[in-house]
Ligand binder design. Structure first.
Ligand code: ADP
Ligand code: ASP
Ligand code: MG
Length: 471
């Protein structure tokens, strides 16, 4: 089999974790062709990507000494692992490489501080450096254990558009480059250790695939390399019925359909980057979510097969804003919805949820809180005349809010799901601001006040007790 597998930040966050990673790759690569994708190191007190983004932001606000404290700590974190897992020869070649890389970023940050401006393009170049360092470190640790491994920069493989900060792959070029680069490596028994999260435009300018994007890198490579399976190694026993940090009693789901996983990821289960599943659905490649720290646990398998059980999971997206456009004159105003959504799209804002009552006197849409300002400005511009004529009375924002979603393909045609979810919220004294259900019936979304988000997830989870039927 050909398996593309990704290790997330916590799975590569310490010497102990990386030792486990090397062991897993050794075991699997004895029987299969393996491509490894790695995130940046993330330890509880130093999250590489966050630290790089904070350094860039500090430089943009004029602080040109920002690197003095943080870069030596980042180099030390990587070198500490190297000293405990890699041979002295590997350490000797890794250390100057890391130092040169951080020196280069320091220079870049100094110029950002002088200019006082950080472009999305500059930020991508900086924020992706953690993956470059870590791929080199992990490949060195593997070689030190007599595994044939080489670091590969995804900037040479994944060709993207120019949407800095949230780039999308150009699949044909990515297919061509990845095949040309990685297949010969695998055929000579070498394990490519590829940087997650990053890509580059056709002109070679570095981009990133969005926060948490190493998952997406793994899926893209799985698709273009025609993998038999794609595995994601995390710090949890698979996909669970809710975020275990919010619901301690959440259970692992042994199996999920692609659609269910897509809905969960989109609606806040940040166990997988929301765009991860898509490239794999088209090629019907099975996905597994496994635990780096308990590799014997079967985890979750995600495939096209439908799995029984009406409700699979409860998820939440926090830090959202509810924008309500309302007024008596909206009654029957043809084309108002198109104008509203057109304005939000022009602001470059993604709408997460839409709800409209049948009186048509108000339309409510939910967007990420960080995007609300831009969406509202554009709406006010679009509706200026209607507002002055009082056809539209208000464009109101309610925040912070949260979307709580009940997900499961078996909900389709099962009566009473929405009633039970709303009943559970009512009993807990939680007010529902808006509610939406798509006609596919894979998801019911309830909008609540942000302060009620965790409690809402817990009481709805209790009401359905998802995953109990598989025990
Ligand atoms: P990685 O760094 O490996 O990509 P993430 O931290 O991005 O891992 O994702 C795993 C985390 O997602 C878990 O630690 C867990 O807290 C959180 N999570 C949220 N919802 C779920 C869920 N339904 N199932 C499993 N984990 C979840
Ligand atoms: N390191 C990147 C991030 O923290 C990508 C990832 O971990 O998936 O967002
Ligand atoms: Mg992640």
């Amino acid at each position: 089999m050909r398996i593309v597998m990704k290790f997330g930040g916590t799975s590569v966050g310490s010497a102990d974790a990386i030792r486990r990673v090397v062991e897993i790759v050794r075991r699997v690569s004895q029987e299969h062709q393996v491509v490894v994708v790695v995130s940046a190191m993330s330890s509880p007190d130093l999250r590489t990507t966050n630290a790089l983004i904070e350094a860039a932001a500090a430089a943009a606000s004029g602080d040109d000494d920002v690197t003095e404290d943080i870069f030596p700590r980042l180099i030390e974190m990587h070198m500490q692992v190297a000293r405990s897992l890699a041979t002295p020869v590997e350490c000797q070649s890794l250390e100057p490489e890391l130092r040169a890389r951080f020196e280069y970023i320091s220079e870049l940050l100094r110029s950002i501080a002088v200019l006082g401006e950080l472009t999305p393009r500059g930020l991508d170049l900086i924020s992706g450096q953690g993956e470059h360092c870590n791929a080199r470190l992990i490949a060195a640790c593997m070689r030190s254990e007599a595994l044939h491994a080489e670091a590969v920069d995804a900037t040479d493989l994944i060709v993207t558009d120019e949407c800095y900060g949230n780039a999308s792959p150009l699949m044909d070029e990515t297919h061509h480059r990845s095949q040309r680069h990685l297949v010969p490596m695998m055929e000579r028994g070498c394990v490519p250790v590829v940087t997650g999260f990053v890509g580059a435009t056709r002109a070679g300018v570095p981009t990133t695939l969005g926060r948490g994007g190493s998952d997406y890198t793994c899926a893209i490579l799985g698709a273009v390399l025609d993998a038999d399976e794609v595995w994601f190694w995390k710090e949890v026993d698979g996909v669970m019925t809710a975020d275990p940090r919010i619901v301690p009693g959440a259970r692992t789901l042994p199996a999920l359909s692609y659609t269910e996983m897509t809905e969960m990821a989109y609606y806040g289960a940040n166990v997988l980057h929301p765009r991860t599943v898509y490239p794999l659905i088209q090629r019907n490649i099975p996905i597994r979510i496994l635990n780096t720290f308990r590799p014997e646990h079967p985890g979750t398998t995600i495939s096209a097969d439908a799995v029984s059980g009406p409700v699979k999971a409860v998820t939440a997206i926090k830090e959202v804003s509810v924008i309500t456009v309302g007024g008596p004159g909206m009654l029957g105003l043809t084309g108002i919805a198109a104008r509203i959504f057109g304005a939000v799209a022009r602001a470059g804002v993604n709408t997460l949820l839409i709800s409209q009552a049948s009186s048509e006197q108000s339309i409510c849409l939910v967007v990420l809180r960080r995007n609300a300002g831009a969406a509202v400005s554009e709406l006010r511009r679009e509706l200026a005349v209607d507002l002055s004529h009082h056809d539209v009375e208000h464009v109101e924002v309610q925040e912070p809010a949260a979307i709580v979603a009940v997900v499961g393909s078996g909900m389709r045609g099962t009566p009473g799901i929405a009633g039970r979810a709303c009943g559970a919220l009512g009993k807990a004294g939680i007010n529902i601001i808006a509610i939406a259900q798509g006609s596919t019936e894979y998801n019911i979304s309830l909008v609540v006040d942000g302060k009620d988000a965790d409690l809402a997830v817990r009481v709805i989870h209790d009401a359905f007790d998802p995953g109990s039927e598989v025990r």
